[in-house]
Design a protein around this ligand. Sequence first.
Ligand code: IMP
Ligand code: MG
Length: 181
Amino acid sequence: MEQLNKDINEVLVSAEQLEEINKRLGEQITKDFEGKNLLVVGILKGSVYFMTDLTRYIDLPLKLDFLAVSSYGSGTRSSGAVKIIKDIDIDLQGYDLLLIEDILDSGRTLDYVSRMLATRGANSISICTLLDKPERRVVDLTPDYVGCSVPDEFVVGYGLDYDQKYRNLPYIGSLKREIYE
Ligand code: IMP
Ligand code: MG
């Protein structure tokens, strides 16, 4: 990954740590959703790496679906305006929904998405985010499952992008400021 590594300031969550997070969260989710009707919904595109690795540690029958939203453009700060680009395909009636997000920042994206989905008759809606930047929150939203907290720096890798790049880095790192400033 030399061509991508050179733009990274610091490794914040290593590939080994990501594996441990997935195992821990997957086992917890397995306990919590035992006997429920689990539908895992990934928010595209950032959650894809996390979702595929995490669900391999969930030892339950489950279904997958995806939702795509936009709020960021190519900048590093949320615009606040969330737009649904691709809706889920499955009718939510009777499902216990687990929303999968890459990172919870202001909280606006997940707040909007969970409110929208809450009107569709699911049994329950839970939120699982790989990363959390708690000091950046502007809406009152507490995730049910968190991989780990990260400092208020722009991070990329393992699904997270800057201008659609760096998603394929196998770890989470902070991006060098000169790349986005
Ligand atoms: P929020 O709506 O402000 O909570 O923003 C959440 C979305 O912003 C995430 O789904 C990410 O796509 C994006 N985002 C926030 N912080 C970062 C970051 O440090 N790196 C990459 N994407 C980020
Ligand atoms: Mg995202």
